[in-house]
Design a protein around this ligand. Structure first.
Ligand SMILES: Cc1ncc(COP(=O)(O)O)c(C=O)c1O
Length: 406
């Protein structure tokens, strides 16, 4: 895990969207160092459960910096939020309103509407978000009748969003509902939550989407008293984590190529798979890419890459091309920080990967003074890259192999 990537992404977000406060979606990756770093940098948090709230409040983060952004909450989790002062929470249905009325009538409510991107890696609208034209007005009215305070509107366009203009459409819906809310008795609506959906891969950028969002926010919410927040997950977590795995077994089989000719195909077995970190291939529809840490000159050959369990579903790359690799060679997968570790299981007795955190000395000298980070959370002489480092094409390989072996 490269802490520098997280800090750089935080800075870039603040530069590109100064009005939009990021509330990191903890579900994406609850690694302690990541959430502590984001807390130190000043982010807020989107928590979906009691445990996530406990994790973040346990760091000492003030409850005002947390939104309980799960529109279908358990009563016991609402009671916990109430007890620790996490007052802001989302809803999208009448039964949820009744539950909140019963367990936390002083909650500050945010109505989640549905506005789906034309394309998304993981669409969320099929599960959450009420119709902004029909359901939302009815729910705003009901909340007012029940004496519940609605302070804002939220949406999530879909994770791994493939359309930027959708944010403008959704922000326009928010504007219309702010206006309607005021006429229904929600006089102090003051929060727009634009959710997640931002890209997180190494080569991705939020520049284009930031232009759309900034313009829509300025057009529809020029009043600086309206607070704009977002719930990015993938954006902060994906690129900061690279996964090094070792090939522990291989098998050669003969298959047919595209022209029907016999082709030798190598099956590589590695020490992490779809039950571990690569669950993202199944659940998050991630396309992962292997690069080899093994020095090679030979040309790539047809192969497949499998996880370590005894299940045939445990295939990470069914049709890849890699140079011939011996048992003991290492592969590197980038962008492995989003929706990987929190979902992974040690099925079949295979342990989950250990995270080694790297931070360069210059950034560390800034970060270490920032609560709630502490030097003790890093492994001496391993977690930190010695400064200054001469550029070396093989330096990265050395670091990963050293970490993995230790
Ligand atoms: C309510 C909510 N907010 C934020 C996120 C984070 O989304 P992303 O990782 O696309 O930024 C999710 C992801 O499922 C979510 O359900």
């Amino acid at each position: 895990m490269d802490l520098g990537e997280v800090a750089a992404r935080y800075r870039r977000w603040r530069e590109l969207m100064p009005r939009v406060e990021p509330f990191y979606a903890v579900k994406c990756n609850d690694d302690k160092v990541l959430v502590r770093t984001l807390a130190a940098l000043g982010a807020g948090f989107d928590c979906a459960s009691r445990n996530e709230i406990e994790l973040i409040t346990g760091l000492g983060v003030a409850p005002e910096r947390i939104i309980f952004a799960n529109p279908a909450k358990m009563a016991s989790h609402i009671r916990h939020a109430s007890a620790v002062g996490v007052d802001i929470m989302t809803f999208d249905s009448e039964p949820e309103l009744m539950k909140i009325k019963q367990y936390m009538p002083h909650a500050q409510l945010v109505l989640r509407i549905r506005c789906d991107a034309a394309a998304a890696q993981c669409p969320l609208g099929i599960k959450f978000g009420c119709d902004p034209g029909t359901d939302a007005p009815r729910l705003l009215k009901l909340a007012a009748v029940l004496g519940l305070e609605v302070i804002g509107i939220s949406f999530h366009v879909g994770s791994g969003c493939g359309e930027t203009e959708v944010y403008a459409r959704a922000i326009q819906y928010c504007r219309a509902l702010f206006t309607l809310g005021a006429t229904l008795g929600h006089a102090r609506m003051r929060l727009v939550d634009i959710g997640g959906g931002f890209p997180g891969g190494t080569h991705s950028s939020i520049k284009e989407v930031s232009l759309v969002i900034n313009e829509a926010v300025e057009t529809h919410f020029p009043d600086r008293n309206v607070r704009i927040i977002a719930e990015p997950g993938r954006y902060f977590a994906a690129a900061a984590y690279s996964l090094a795995v070792m090939i522990h077994a291989k098998r050669e089989i003969v298959t047919k190529d595209a022209s029907g000719e016999d082709e030798t195909h190598t099956m590589y077995f590695m020490n992490d798979g779809v039950y571990g970190s690569f669950n993202c291939v199944l659940y998050d529809h991630q396309q992962v890419e292997a690069t080899t840490l093994y020095p090679h000159t030979e040309k790539p050959l047809a192969c497949s890459v499998w996880g370590p369990t005894c299940d045939s579903l445990d295939c990470v790359l069914p049709a890849a091309r890699l140079p011939p690799l011996p048992v003991g060679a290492w592969l590197l997968f980038r962008d492995m920080g989003a929706y990987t570790m929190p979902v992974a299981s040690p099925f079949n007795g295979f342990p989950l990967p250990k995270v080694r955190t790297l931070v360069d000395h210059r950034l560390w000298s800034v970060l270490k003074g920032l609560w709630p980070l502490a030097e003790s959370q890093f492994e001496p002489n391993l977690g930190r890259v010695p400064a200054p480092q001469p550029p070396s094409p093989r330096g990265e390989r050395r670091v990963f192999v050293e970490c993995a072996l230790k």
